[in-house]
Design a protein around this ligand. Structure first.
Ligand SMILES: C[S@@+](CC[C@H](N)C(=O)[O-])C[C@H]1O[C@@H](n2cnc3c(N)ncnc32)[C@H](O)[C@@H]1O
Ligand code: SF4
Length: 375
């Protein structure tokens, strides 16, 4: 089994917090699609080693593509490998790109069956600060249109821990979102990323640094509120109605291989990681000239151990402690020590033979997980 990730490296405008790879110059969009189609063909033998279970269009902003363009990418994939076993085809969309005709055509004419919509907030001053291309009312309309078109698998992203975000605004965001029958919700704590407009204005003192304890309170509220609405927190940032897990992402956390296509996309085959160049011009020129546009990194034993901890502990399934036996003595000792300390501190508990984060462990997830790392 494997998943395929396709990165669409364009956005209409630059959100102030975001440092994912994208360009706002859409003039080379068709050329890029040809290059992405070409990469799929170039990697046919690698892709054909796997049964493909999921396809994920991420970005950037995949919804800058027309339905025909989406169709052409999926057709190239279908001409390369059987898509008969595919159970989920997700597309990240921005509210300002959506309209009823577009959504209907996506559902009827392509294999896309799951929409991931970037809401971030319904609160206009926050959307403005984030330089989003939509307001709160438009965010709500886009959700309405997605359900009216007939999509059943819908996930929405929200960001908490913003500067100047009090608990009541955050609660109203959650409450507004669950007015819609979204089967899945991702709530991300804001990270102030380098080289972003938000970092720049915070450094200049124009906006206050977000308050960590306010962000923690918002995270606690998210856990309580979404649980009361029937959503299960199955990964630190991800919540779903019973059984509605994101298959593509869950496979990623379970270390199932994936093939990443497009500029900046990563691939993983259990032994090695591959990183495509995160630069549109360099990617295009390398594909056109037939030269390499990626680097690979063979995973060391400690890399594999750290990834096992990082991906496993974030989920409700946790990690099976006996899997530590495959690592050498130094790593096992580090692991046993971290388990003891975290259980003692109340951050980790054993349940059904698996080690999982407790409720308080989830709040400190980054800290607890890094205490297990072997460096
Ligand atoms: C790859 S982005 C693209 C999604 C889509 N283009 C959009 O903007 O809705 C996926 C998600 O990452 C989250 N994200 C991006 N930058 C972030 C940051 N600095 N801190 C927290 N969440 C972030 C946002 O919630 C976003 O929806
Ligand atoms: S959040 Fe989405 S739309 Fe905004 S810059 Fe990042 S990828 Fe583009």
């Amino acid at each position: 089994m494997a998943g395929i990730y396709i990165h669409i490296p364009f956005c209409k405008q630059k959100c102030s917090y975001c440092n994912f790879h994208f360009s706002t110059n859409l003039s080379r969009k068709s050329e890029m699609l040809q290059a992405i189609n070409r990469e799929i063909e170039l990697r046919a033998s690698e892709i054909q080693k796997y049964t493909i279970e999921t396809i994920y269009f991420g970005g950037g902003t995949p919804s800058v593509l027309t339905v025909d363009e989406m169709h052409s990418l999926i057709s190239t994939l279908g001409g390369t490998v059987s898509l008969d076993q595919v159970v989920e085809v997700t597309m990240e969309c921005n509210p300002d790109d959506l309209n009823p005709d577009y959504l209907q055509a996506l559902l009827n004419e392509t294999m896309v069956d799951r929409i991931s919509i970037g809401i971030q907030s319904f609160h206009d001053p926050h959307l403005k600060m984030m330089n989003r291309a939509h307001n709160g009312a438009e965010a709500g309309q886009s959700l309405e249109q997605i359900f009216n078109a007939g999509f059943e698998k819908v996930t929405a992203d929200l960001i908490f821990g913003l500067p100047d975000n009090d608990l009541s605004i955050w609660q109203s965001n959650l409450a507004r979102l669950v007015e819609f029958p979204v089967s899945h919700i991702s709530c991300y704590g804001l990270t102030i990323e380098p080289n972003t407009a938000l970092k720049h204005v915070i450094d200049k003192g124009l906006i206050d640094m977000p308050d960590e304890s306010a962000a923690r309170d918002q995270f606690y509220m998210t856990q309580e509120f979404l649980a009361s609405k029937g959503y299960e927190q199955y990964e630190i940032s991800n919540f779903c109605l019973p059984g509605q897990y994101a298959v593509h992402n869950t496979n990623y956390w379970k270390q199932v291989p994936y093939i990443g296509i497009g500029p900046s996309a990563h691939s993983y085959n259990g032994r090695e990681r591959r990183f495509n160049v995160a630069n549109n011009s360099q990617y295009l020129s390398a594909i056109n000239r037939g030269i390499d546009f990626w680097e690979t990194e063979l995973l060391s034993e400690s890399d594999r151990y750290n990834e096992w901890i990082l991906t496993g502990l974030r989920t409700k399934w946790g990690i099976d402690g006996s899997d530590a036996q495959q690592y050498s003595l130094n790593i096992r000792e580090e692991f046993d020590d971290a388990v003891k300390k975290s259980i003692h501190a109340g951050w980790i508990e054993e349940s059904d033979g698996a080690l999982c984060l407790t409720k308080s462990g989830k709040v400190l997830a980054d800290y607890v997980i890094s205490s297990f790392f072997y460096v």
